[in-house]
Design a protein around this ligand. Structure first.
Ligand SMILES: C[S@@+](CC[C@H](N)C(=O)[O-])C[C@H]1O[C@@H](n2cnc3c(N)ncnc32)[C@H](O)[C@@H]1O
Length: 268
């Protein structure tokens, strides 16, 4: 990292499964940091981080505590402020987030941008995301027909167009359609709206997959296959990712093939 002012920030990913999915480099950053901020799945992961560095500060308390109504935007602002305060003190700061620190995770992006704007060296180290675990556990090569990923609520609020010949991932399905940013669950009614939206491209009987990667080596992945129409009654949590496999075959692009001087037969 190029140093401007003295403080530094590195955002690292710890992977999903306890201790075993972190890169050698990210682990080293944690071990040599002055301060480590953490957002990890459970107490086991938190204790493991504390065994690597003596100053580990969980970011979890910035989320709404029991009975409190708090907008997640405020939570993220406060997390970024806490991280930046330590960078400004000239410390080597590491932010250890579960999965990949920059995939469907805004705090690391905000903190790095702010640190850089203020003249501090800041960077991100990749980690093993939920998606990486999903391809491995469900046994899919996303390159076989391509894939799309959306945050479930954003998919509902905006005019995204899924390609039913590819795999579609909807992240944060457990809070799909939750617009207040204060609740941590969705409802059957909201999921029914999503089912009707998806029905434009997928039959109601189409098989979808509820996926949860293990956070502990003793756990096994949840890979539950249900019909799309059953989604409103499915058990969803904050760690569920929805996979919708293709409902249609890939179609040849005859126009482009003609420009290339080949035909569908040439592709086998
Ligand atoms: C805020 S995003 C964080 C993603 C994380 N940065 C990553 O790289 O996996 C939270 C969403 O990630 C997915 N996720 C997190 N933990 C998961 C797990 N154990 N299994 C499957 N998906 C998970 C879910 O879609 C969840 O709603």
């Amino acid at each position: 990292m190029e140093a401007g002012k003295k403080g530094t920030l590195v955002c690292v990913g710890t992977g999903l499964n306890l201790a075993g999915q972190i890169s050698v480099l990210s682990k080293s950053y944690i071990e040599h940091a002055d301060v480590v901020f953490s957002l990890v799945p459970d107490g086991f992961a938190q204790h493991w981080l504390e065994s690597l560095n003596q100053d580990v500060r969980s970011l979890q308390p910035y989320y709404a505590q029991e009975g409190e109504v708090k907008n997640r935007r405020d939570t993220y602002k406060q997390m970024v402020a806490a991280i930046l305060d330590q960078v400004r003190l000239g410390k080597k700061v590491v932010c250890a987030l579960y999965g990949h620190p920059g995939v469907f995770a805004c705090v690391s992006h905000f903190a790095i941008a702010q640190a850089k704007e203020e003249g501090y060296a800041a960077q991100m180290e990749p980690g093993i995301s939920a998606e990486a675990c999903l391809w491995a556990d469900v046994g899919i090569d996303p390159g076989a027909s391509g894939h799309q990923s959306f945050e479930a609520s954003q998919f509902m609020f905006y005019k995204h167009t899924p390609d039913p010949t590819t795999h579609l991932l909807l992240w944060q399905i457990g809070i799909a359609g939750e617009h207040t940013l204060t609740e941590f669950h969705t409802s059957s009614d909201r999921l029914q709206v999503l089912v009707e939206q998806l029905n434009e491209w997928y039959p109601l009987e189409h098989e979808i997959v509820l996926y949860e990667a293990p956070n502990l080596p003793t756990q096994t992945p949840r890979i539950e296959r249900i019909a799309l129409k059953k989604l409103p009654f499915a058990q969803l949590s904050s760690i569920t990712t929805l996979l919708i496999p293709p409902s249609r075959e890939l179609e040849f692009n005859h126009e482009i093939l003609a420009k290339l001087g080949i035909t569908a037969e040439d592709l086998g």
